[in-house]
Design a binder for this molecule. Structure first.
Ligand SMILES: *Cc1c(COP(=O)(O)O)cnc(C)c1O
Length: 416
């Protein structure tokens, strides 16, 4: 057996909330003007009350609404796969498993939170959502979710990606989304996630029918993603394993990593590993401090590892990992020593991506390939010592719309 599927009725019915279980409670978000803790009313301009409550929820479990479960069931539970052909190519004594989040309609983990976010906004009478997207994954996920709930979807897309990835725009438009390049006010600027967040927040704050949706970083986003780790725990039982020794995922804002890793938070023997690009080394080289989520200084300040809100990362191919900050939850785990962080240059990442594609068959998103690189290195380290290490990583998205990056790699044009 190399693949374990859960029956449809084994989809988790509640999200795992790490907030009340954290050893060190998170500092509150601070108002960008007064620098006082923000209250629910400050956030109500941008988010529905249900999500604001989840952002600060003390409940250890949060029920998933039935309408959300119905949509998640279009592709969930996702498979757990053992990468035996990759193991053989590495000659490792490790057992390597991955959770395949690439099977969603948008091709990544992002619909896991796009769907509940659209649902709660719709429930509170909002008719339009504004958001930003880097590589286009979040924009496609939100456009899909908005189509399910008859919401308008306005996407500000980082200009370099808008120009380099026209098919992502088409995908958003197929689901009825509207897409414009960001920053809207400066057509010569390559853009960044921080800039695009400024555009989207300005849009949402200026229209009573519109809310803002964020695809990562915030506590409620990580909460929604915990279906990944909860399913993986069940599937590990089916696979005859108890717990993984190490859980690995790429980290941009921290949502797919949180989704897979947080349900293992209380299993203190399980190592948790964040993987980031060395060109945007937030966790490995940033400082832990309060910083804005956007470039324009319009969002609340969050306690997190950051490279500074005006940091513009070089245009590496893993667009989803080019964010200056990080989830406060992930940042706190790294600060407390519960989670490790590693950084890789993109050449080594694509070496692992191509090895994975040639053994396991699937072509990873460049973001996902960061996790694969770290999983391969864990498997090689286990080979050195002859250990039976059990490795679990998140295959958080496929790379079918990232083939230009593979073309660069295969033709020697990839810059580290
Ligand atoms: C958006 C994205 C990421 C980075 O975001 P996180 O919130 O850190 O998960 C990673 N991988 C894929 C495939 C993505 O689409």
């Amino acid at each position: 057996m190399t693949r374990w599927n859960l029956p449809l009725d084994h989809l988790p019915s509640a999200w795992y909330n790490v907030l009340p279980r954290l050893d060190t409670p998170l500092g509150p978000p601070l108002h960008p003007g007064t620098r006082e803790p923000v209250g629910p009313d400050d956030l109500a301009l941008l988010f529905p009350m249900a999500l604001i409550a989840q952002e600060m929820s003390p409940e250890p479990w949060v029920d998933i609404p039935g309408e959300v479960l119905d949509i998640l069931r279009l592709w969930r539970p996702t498979p757990l796969v053992r990468a035996t052909r990759l193991e053989a190519a590495l000659g490792t004594s490790a057992r390597v498993y991955y959770k395949d989040e690439s099977v969603s309609p948008a091709g990544s983990h992002k619909p896991n939170t796009a769907v509940p976010q659209a649902f709660y906004n719709r429930q509170e009478g909002v008719s339009r959502l504004a958001t930003e997207t880097g590589a286009g994954q979040w924009g496609t996920a939100l456009a899909f979710a908005c189509a399910q709930f008859d919401l308008e979807c306005m996407v500000y897309m980082v200009r370099t990606s808008f120009e380099a990835k026209p098919y992502r725009k088409t995908m958003m438009e197929v689901w009825g989304g509207h897409v414009v390049p960001s920053p809207v006010e400066d057509p010569t600027h390559p853009g960044s996630l921080g800039e695009a967040i400024t555009d989207a927040v300005r849009d949402a704050a200026g229209r009573p029918d519109t809310h803002y949706a964020l695809g990562s970083v915030l506590n409620h986003v990580l909460l929604h993603q915990t279906v990944i780790g909860l399913e993986a725990r069940d599937q590990f039982g089916l696979a005859g394993e108890r717990l993984p020794d190490v859980v690995i995922a790429p980290c941009g804002g921290g949502s797919n990593l949180g989704g897979l890793a947080l349900p293992y938070y209380e299993d203190t023997d399980v190592r948790l590993v964040a993987v980031e690009p060395s060109s945007c080394p937030t966790l490995t080289e940033g400082t832990f401090e309060y910083d804005f989520g956007d470039t324009g200084g319009m969002t609340p300040l969050l306690p997190m590892y950051t490279l500074g809100h005006d940091f513009i990362p070089p245009p590496i191919h893993a667009g989803g990992l080019r964010y200056h900050g990080d989830s406060p939850i992930i940042s706190q785990l790294v600060r407390d020593g519960r989670m490790e962080a590693v950084a890789y240059p993109q050449g080594k990442v694509f070496d692992a991506a191509v090895l994975f594609a040639r053994t396991e068959g699937k072509v990873p998103a460049p973001e996902a390939a960061h996790g694969i690189r770290a999983a391969v290195d864990e498997a090689l380290a286990a080979k050195e010592t002859g250990e039976e290490r059990v490795i679990l990583f998140n295959f958080c998205g496929h790379g079918h719309l990232d083939l230009a990056a593979y073309d660069d790699y295969l033709n020697g044009r990839l810059l580290d």
